[in-house]
Design a binder for this molecule. Structure first.
Ligand code: ADP
Ligand code: MG
Length: 590
């Protein structure tokens, strides 16, 4: 007796279905993609019993005639692929002709459709892959697919379902993602008889539409914390909305990534986003609707049965473009518009608030609105509100030092009013640029430590530090391992001054923020290191002598961005004579 058997077709189809159809949300995702491919402008979805009872998708797309309907249920039946090479350049969502076949194998399925030009509509139904009825139907534009009793014939798979609440959440997320990526289409979702999402088709410009959809999908409070990002490099564009660093969340629940408007879960994109925040994440998570647009030939969505993961041909480029777009946008949006600190805090002053972000004024939508792509045209230049615009240029003025406040702020008088400088932020900015300058000039000046500093780390932190050890050496840090999880600092950049505690914190930070050294872009690595090192090497609440204060301002003058510390917080603000006079309700300046 031979031991190898050929499996019956019915078994094969169930196995194949298991790969494509993992849970109710995968059914819904395939059905929505088919509706979108059919050119639908309205998609109505009804769910019962977390998708196990019923998933019904109705669209107003181009529909199918009797013959199409029969073919659609067959394996590898697709109207979207002619030759194999098309797989790599297809602009539609489906292309393997496997979805309906797979759903049919594990549910009771009914397709009803009408195609313009046919005498009547038609419907076809069956279960577990066998057609049981074919009937004429009313000529209603579009297609309705009803998948009932999912996994009724594969009890093992049914057992893998999560709780109703979890499956429902995934179903809703599926609709949300489709809605974020298809702004011109209306979506309606009804779950167990209750309307859950009601998203009208949006008529405006692309950014306006994306913002409106995002507001509806994320809800007001998350939406309120989002900032717009965009960037492009040769052959690719990145755009979308991401959380400002002051509006992060405890979970990743609100992250949506898209490649050519196809929802994906890509570790690469996620890491790139996180890297864009650098240390600003502090263990929290951004929300995002992040879109990457690429030449369809430069990635492969076929590696994953549910087409959820993608393989990019140029990972480094993508990583860099995404993380840079996020990083630059977030830092540039910060402004130094600080209101006067309110008195009464312990030190006499409360610390300045988290950076005041403001959304940039809306720029006109790119001209290519009608193409549906946000990137048909060159991105409109973005105006970034800067404190520089609001205050007189202190750099060209004579400053006289008035003194130090709360061992934290330096006060200067000029002919235009009062300049208040956050000494900490200003020192960080100066150090940061000096350090990066040394890097650029090809050598960080290193100083061996007379007494090496030690830091106790967790094993996983130690792992990360060791991975980065060679690169850190080029950055001026000579780090050794002693024992399983003790790091020893033998030499450091001469610019920096670390205490034992600061060094331990610095390494702790680093190991949280850094991932794989090979994956990160060089300039991003540098600025992450520089930002953290500067922060840790400066002592808070330090007495500053008058000469030091003036010296600091001289150094600050020469920096490229003297208005922000490397974290983007303001370094200084200006109170004009007029501002002061108004506070005392005087008519004229001092
Ligand atoms: P694929 O989408 O990969 O082609 P599917 O099994 O999802 O494979 O669908 C098979 C075919 O059925 C599609 O190529 C399309 O021609 C047709 N079809 C499926 N859903 C719809 C729909 N909602 N409207 C019009 N045609 C559809
Ligand atoms: Mg499909």
């Amino acid at each position: 007796m031979p031991e190898i058997k050929v499996l019956p077709e019915e078994v094969v189809s169930k196995i194949a279905a298991g790969e494509v159809i993992e849970r109710p949300a995968s059914v819904l995702k395939e059905l929505i993609e088919n509706s979108l491919d059919a050119g639908a402008s309205r998609i109505g979805i009804e769910i019962k019993k977390a998708g196990r009872g019923l998933i019904r998708v109705h669209d107003d797309g181009r529909g199918m005639d009797r013959e199409d309907l029969r073919l659609a249920l067959g394996r590898h039946a697709t109207s979207k692929l002619g030759v194999f090479e098309d797989i790599y350049s297809l602009a539609t969502f489906g292309f393997r002709g496997e979805a309906l076949y797979s759903i049919f194998a594990v549910s009771r399925l009914k397709l009803t459709s009408f195609k313009a030009g046919s005498d009547s509509g038609f419907s076809i139904e069956g279960e577990g892959g066998r057609v049981t009825a074919e009937l004429p139907a009313p000529p209603v534009k579009g297609t309705t697919v009803e998948a009932a009793d999912l996994f009724f014939n594969t009890p093992a798979r049914a057992k893998f379902m999560k709780s109703d609440a979890a499956e429902r959440a995934q179903l809703i997320r599926t609709v949300e993602e489709a809605a974020l990526a298809n702004l011109g289409v209306s979506f309606r979702l009804v779950v167990d008889g209750a309307s859950v999402l009601e998203l009208p088709a949006l008529p405006g410009g692309p950014w306006e539409n994306l913002k409106n959809r995002a507001a509806a999908v994320f809800g007001k409070s998350v939406y309120g914390g989002l900032a717009r990002v965009e960037g492009r490099t040769e052959g690719m564009a990145v755009y979308g909305l991401v959380s400002r660093p002051d509006a992060l969340a405890a979970t990743r629940a609100n992250q949506h990534y898209f490649v050519n408007r196809r929802p994906v879960s890509s570790a690469l994109l996620r890491q790139a986003l996180y890297r864009g925040y650098g240390h600003m994440l502090t263990g929290r998570h951004p929300a995002c609707a992040l879109f990457v647009e690429l030449d369809p030939g430069s990635f492969d969505a076929n590696i994953h049965p549910q087409k959820r993961d993608v393989k990019f041909s140029s990972e480094n480029e993508i990583f860099k473009t995404v993380s840079n777009a996020v990083y630059e946008e977030l830092l540039s949006k910060q402004t130094a518009e600080v209101t006067l600190p309110s008195p009464g805090a312990a030190a006499g002053f409360s610390a300045p608030d988290v950076p005041a972000y403001r959304e940039a004024p809306p720029s006109p939508p790119p001209a290519a609105a009608e193409t549906g792509s946000l990137f048909g045209a060159a991105p409109a230049p973005q105006e970034v509100p800067s404190p520089a615009a609001a205050s007189p240029d202190w750099r060209s003025r004579e400053l006289s030092y008035l003194g130090q406040l709360a061992r934290s702020y330096l006060l200067f008088e000029s002919d235009a009013g009062l300049l208040v400088v956050d000494q900490h932020a200003a020192q960080e900015r100066v150090l940061f640029e000096k350090y990066l300058d040394e890097f650029d000039k090809g050598g960080v000046k290193v100083q061996p430590l007379l007494v090496p500093l030690e830091a106790e780390l967790s094993r996983s932190q130690m792992e990360t530090v060791l991975k980065w050890r060679d690169w850190l050496k080029t950055a001026g840090f000579e780090i050794d391992q002693r024992g399983p999880a003790t790091a020893v600092l033998r030499a450091a950049p001469a610019l920096f001054y670390f205490t034992q505690a600061a060094f331990a914190e610095f390494l702790g930070y680093l190991s949280e923020v850094l991932g794989e050294p090979e994956k990160a872009a060089e300039d991003m690595k540098r600025s992450v290191i520089a930002t953290m090192a500067c922060k840790k090497s400066i002592k808070a609440h330090d007495f500053v002598k008058p000469q030091e204060a003036l010296r600091l301002m001289e150094d600050l003058k020469r920096t490229k961005d003297s208005y922000h510390c490397p974290h983007g917080r303001p370094t200084l603000f200006f109170l004009s004579g007029g501002d002061i006079a108004r506070r005392f309700q005087r008519g004229s300046a001092v």
